[in-house]
Design a protein around this ligand. Structure first.
Ligand code: HEC
Ligand code: HEC
Ligand code: HEC
Ligand code: HEC
Length: 347
């Protein structure tokens, strides 16, 4: 009798708990689709919520073509941009109609509300006084570099400004270094060394938020297994490096909207023989992002105005989500380069 009374008294709490569950971040209502991505019995499966999937599909469509490109014959007979304009340092080799069409397209992709004036002094289009124009020139070269030198990652699909910008002057997925904090958010626990601070960078886990600096700017080994009993400078991985490795992996899963088994057989995370092919593509992707950050974005630090820099004065940088935006291939693998061949490589 007493037990029944206790259970009855607890029931409302239980009911409240169940209701609270529905509002938990990250909880999604069933049914969930599951797709097998590895051999039977290995548990290599991708769970997907069809309702969230439908939203992602709607968000990741390529925009309509701005207007058709002139025929190859018309382009061949048209004058080159450098014969008409004064200050075309990178696009000078393009036929003039193709140059103008590209200007119209990048306006739609990067600054649809602001228009040509976002990058141009409208009284003199040749003037380089706006930082946005100087940045864009490097962005054009960066896009060519991705599409020619990083085909191990982007294949024939390639990227355009739209892959990252999606109609925003500042892409939605960028990152800055965090300000070093002296105290843990908990207060008295002392130096937290970038851990236990739920952040998008480690997909809201307690893992270190410093993985991007180590692996997407720096080139530290991405390893968890030690090769010696005690951590050494060569070979061994410290607990710290192990946690940073997992921090990066959480971002990669999150940025691509996939689970670990999309790239690993969890029987042996390190084994390349057991890993599905996307892991190799991802390996090249890590090196590509290091190149984008190191060769293009960091050197632009002094070009950006202070309000565009992070809390420690560093420039905005790219990670996997900058292009992927929660999808295993950006824009589900649709290529825009056949419509805009001028971005495939330098003319
Ligand atoms: C996102 C930045 C951006 C936007 C928006 C933009 N442009 Fe440009 N524009 C550039 C860059 C960068 C160059 C220089 C290219 C080079 O050096 O080869 C340029 C050069 C030009 C030039 C050559 C000027 C000269 O004499 O040297 C013209 C003309 C031009 N743009 C027209 C336009 C028009 C028209 C629009 C709006 C429909 C527009 N641009 C929007 C970045 C932009
Ligand atoms: C790999 C992703 C990527 C691609 C592709 C890309 N950008 Fe960017 N872009 C960035 C990042 C990251 C920044 C830095 C964000 C900031 O401005 O603080 C940036 C900044 C800019 C800015 C400065 C905006 C501002 O207000 O500060 C302009 C303009 C720009 N990009 C134009 C372009 C153009 C034009 C192209 C295509 C030729 C292009 N981008 C392609 C990632 C990309
Ligand atoms: C998009 C593909 C991809 C996803 C998703 C992914 N990984 Fe990785 N993982 C890699 C690649 C590539 C490497 C090797 C990096 C290198 O050597 O530079 C790696 C390395 C590792 C290592 C180090 C292995 C060693 O040799 O010491 C571990 C552990 C690991 N991943 C765990 C995970 C976990 C846990 C998840 C899920 C949270 C995950 N990975 C998700 C691609 C992926
Ligand atoms: C500059 C834009 C860009 C960035 C940044 C980027 N990727 Fe990609 N990635 C692509 C494109 C484009 C494809 C599609 C290639 C294709 O069609 O096969 C792709 C494909 C992939 C694939 C293959 C998926 C499959 O099913 O075959 C993996 C895995 C991947 N990327 C992982 C990563 C990881 C991990 C990072 C960050 C370290 C990253 N990417 C950063 C543009 C990018």
């Amino acid at each position: 009798m007493k037990n029944i009374a206790i259970v009855a008294a607890l029931l409302p709490f239980g009911a409240l708990l169940v209701i609270a569950f529905f509002f938990t971040v990250g909880w999604e209502r069933p049914p969930i689709d599951v797709q097998q991505v590895g051999y039977r019995g290995t548990g290599m499966e991708e769970p997907n919520n069809p309702r969230e999937q439908a939203k992602l599909v709607a968000l990741n469509q390529i925009p309509p073509e701005i207007y058709p490109l002139d025929s190859p014959a018309d382009l061949a007979s048209a004058p080159k941009a450098r014969e008409i304009y004064e200050n075309v340092q990178v696009l000078g080799g393009l036929p003039e109609p193709q140059f103008t069409r590209l200007m119209a397209a990048i306006t739609e992709w990067v600054a649809p509300e602001e228009g040509c004036g976002y990058c141009h002094n409208l009284d003199n289009l040749a003037d380089d006084s706006l930082y946005t124009k100087t940045v864009s020139r490097r962005m054009i070269q960066m896009t060519w570099n991705i599409n020619t030198d990083w085909q191990d990652h982007v294949k024939e699909t390639g990227v355009t400004c739209y892959t990252c910008h999606r109609g925003n002057p500042v892409p939605e997925n960028i990152w800055f270094k965090d300000k070093p904090q002296r105290f843990a958010s908990a207060g008295m626990l002392g130096w937290n060394d970038g851990q236990n601070r739920p952040s998008e960078k480690s997909a809201y886990t307690s893992l270190p938020v410093t993985a991007f600096e180590a692996y997407l700017v720096g080139d530290a080994p991405i390893r968890v297994q030690a090769t010696a009993a005690l951590p050494t400078t060569e070979g061994g991985s410290t607990i710290r490096q192990t946690e940073e490795t997992y921090g990066l992996m959480m971002h990669m899963s999150d940025g691509l909207g996939v689970g670990c088994t999309y790239c690993h057989n969890t029987q042996a995370f390190g084994s390349w023989e057991l890993s599905p092919p996307p892991r190799q593509t991802a390996w090249h992707g890590i090196r590509m992002v290091q190149d984008l950050n190191g060769s293009y974005l960091l050197p632009l630090t002094d070009t950006f105005p202070p309000e565009r820099l992070g809390p420690t004065g560093d420039v905005a940088k790219a990670n996997c989500a900058t292009c992927h935006q929660g999808v295993f291939k950006p824009l589900y693998g649709a290529s825009m380069l056949d419509q805009y061949p001028s971005l495939s490589g330098a003319p």
